[in-house]
Design a binder for this molecule. Structure first.
Ligand code: GUN
Ligand code: ZN
Length: 434
C-alpha cells in the first residue's frame, strides 16, 4: 500500500495572523528551503527541510525549484453563472445587471448548461490557485445542484447558494417568497455539510427581494446551524438611493438586512464601498464580513473601498473577485488592483497584508480559519505552487529582487494564472499547468 503521507519541498510562506493586529513581521512564517508534509489530505507539518527530512523515512517528496508554496487562495465573493459574460462593456451596476446579467443568468434554468459552466468555472478557479470560494448561483435551484455536484467531484471546500429574487427583475428570473424558501431548504438538506460543502442563503440584494422574502431568508438562517448569508451591500450610489426609496423606514442600507435578521457570523456582504461609521460598527459587533472586490469596483466605476476604515472598526474583510463584474479570476490580479485602489486614496497595501487577505483573512471572514488559510497542522491541505519563472518578465524581475517582500510584491503585481504551477485540494493535485 502507498503511504498516505506526502511531502513537498520548496520555499514556503504562510500567514499566521493579521498584520494590522500583530505587525507585519509577526504576521507570517517563511521557510526558504521548506517542507510541507501532508497526511490523508490534511497538513501534518510545515518547517525547514533540514529539520523535517530526517523524520520522514520512506516518504515520497516532490521538490520544486524557483517556486513558492502558499495556502490556496480564498475568494469571498464570485458569481459562477456570470463566467461567460465577464468583460461586458460600458455600464455601471444597475444598467449592467439589466443589460448583461439577467439575460445570461436566464440560461441556468437548463441544468445541462449549468453543469457545463460549473465545470469551466471551477477549472478556472483552480488554474488561478483559488481552492475555496463563496459563490452565487442563479435563481434556479438546479444551478446550485450542478455547482455542488462539480465541486464534490473535485473534493473542494466550496460555499454556494441559490439566488433569492422576487421583485425588480425580469419575470423569467424571479421566484416567490415561498418557492425561494422551499427551494433553498431542499438544497440545504441535500448539500449543507456534505463533504466539504456549505450552503449560503443568498438574497441577491435588498432591491430584488420583498420584505416577505427577506423575512423567510432570516427564518432559514435560524433553522440550520452554520449556514452562510451572502448578499451585496452599498456598492453603487444609485443602488443606495434605490434602497432608501424602497425601505424608507430603515436608517441605512445595512439596517435593512439587520431588520430581517440577516447579519451576524457567516454573513458576507460584497463590496461595502460606501459605508458610514455606524454601518461599520454594526458589521464589526455582529461578526459579519465584507468582501473587498477591487477589480469589480473599478470595472463598474463603483468607487474606492476604504480597507483601513473597515479595519479600524474591526470588520472582518476578505478578498473577492466578483466575476463577472470583476475582470479576473486571479487573486494575484485582485491584489494588484487592490494596491492601486489604496494608492488612489493615499494609502498603502503591504505585500504581507495582501497575502493575508487572499488566504488567512479570507478564511477568517468565512469562519473557516480552523480549517483553511495557513499550514497549521490539521488544516485542509489546500495549497498552491507559485512559479518564480512564470514569464520572462517575472523571471527577470525576481532576479533583481533582494528580499522576500520584494518578490512577493512583484508576484502580486505581475502574476496571474500563468504564475500558478500547480494547485492542490485536500492533498490531491487538481490543476497542473505544464
Ligand atoms: N448587485 C446585485 N446583483 C449583483 C451582481 O450580480 N453583481 C454585482 N457586482 N453587484 C450586484
Ligand atoms: Zn457580486
Amino acid at each position: 500500500m502507498t503511504s498516505p503521507v506526502k511531502a513537498y519541498r520548496a520555499a514556503i510562506l504562510h500567514s499566521i495572523d493579521d498584520p494590522a493586529v500583530v505587525g507585519v513581521e509577526q504576521s507570517y512564517e517563511y521557510f526558504e528551503d521548506g517542507l510541507l508534509v501532508i497526511n490523508n489530505g490534511l497538513v501534518a507539518k510545515v518547517g525547514h527541510a533540514a529539520d523535517l527530512l530526517p523524520t520522514l523515512k520512506g516518504v515520497e517528496i516532490t521538490e520544486y525549484r524557483d517556486a513558492l508554496i502558499t495556502p490556496g487562495f480564498i475568494d469571498t465573493h464570485i458569481h459562477y453563472p456570470q463566467t461567460g459574460m465577464i468583460a461586458s462593456y460600458g455600464e455601471q451596476l444597475l444598467d449592467w445587471l439589466n443589460t448583461y446579467t439577467f439575460p445570461t443568468e436566464q440560461q441556468f434554468a437548463d441544468k445541462a448548461h449549468a453543469a457545463e459552466v460549473a465545470g469551466i468555472f471551477l477549472k478556472e478557479l483552480l488554474r488561478n490557485g483559488t481552492t475555496t470560494a463563496l459563490v452565487f448561483g442563479s435563481v434556479h435551484k438546479q444551478s446550485v445542484d450542478a455547482f455542488f455536484e462539480a465541486a464534490e467531484a473535485l473534493n473542494l471546500r466550496m460555499i454556494a447558494g441559490k439566488v433569492l429574487m422576487d421583485r425588480n427583475a425580469p419575470d423569467y428570473l424571479t421566484d416567490t417568497p415561498e418557492s425561494g424558501y422551499a427551494d433553498s431548504k431542499e438544497l440545504i438538506e441535500r448539500w449543507h455539510g456534505k463533504g466539504r460543502l456549505h450552503y449560503a442563503v443568498t438574497p441577491r440584494f435588498a432591491p430584488t427581494s420583498t420584505p416577505e422574502q427577506l423575512t423567510l431568508a432570516g427564518k432559514l438562517l435560524g433553522e440550520y446551524p452554520h449556514l452562510y448569508m451572502h448578499t451585496h451591500l452599498s456598492e453603487n450610489r444609485k443602488e443606495i438611493e434605490w434602497v432608501k426609496a424602497l425601505f424608507p423606514e430603515r436608517k441605512s442600507y445595512l439596517d435593512v438586512y439587520d431588520h430581517y435578521k440577516l447579519i451576524g457570523a457567516r454573513s458576507v456582504f460584497a463590496h461595502g464601498v460606501h459605508l458610514c461609521d455606524g454601518e461599520c460598527k454594526r458589521l464589526a459587533e455582529t461578526g459579519s464580513a465584507v468582501a473587498f472586490c477591487p477589480t469589480s469596483n473599478l470595472f463598474l466605476g463603483s468607487g474606492l473601498f476604504d480597507l483601513n476604515k473597515l479595519e479600524e472598526h474591526g470588520v472582518r474583510v476578505g478578498l473577492g473577485t466578483d466575476v463577472g463584474a470583476g475582470t479576473s479570476f486571479s487573486q494575484l490580479q485582485s491584489l494588484n488592483e487592490a494596491y492601486k485602489v489604496m494608492q488612489l486614496q493615499g494609502k498603502k497595501l503591504d505585500p504581507f497584508k495582501s497575502l493575508y487577505l487572499a488566504t488567512l483573512g479570507g478564511a477568517n471572514a468565512l469562519y473557516l480559519d480552523d480549517k483553511l488559510g495557513n499550514f497549521l497542522p490539521g488544516k485542509d491541505a489546500d495549497f498552491v505552487v507559485l512559479d518564480y519563472n512564470a514569464t520572462p518578465l517575472i523571471s527577470y524581475r525576481m532576479q533583481q529582487a533582494k528580499t522576500l517582500e520584494e518578490r512577493l510584491f512583484a508576484l502580486t503585481m505581475l502574476g496571474d494564472d500563468r504564475a500558478i504551477k500547480q494547485t492542490f485540494a485536500a492533498g490531491q493535485s487538481v490543476h497542473c499547468r505544464d
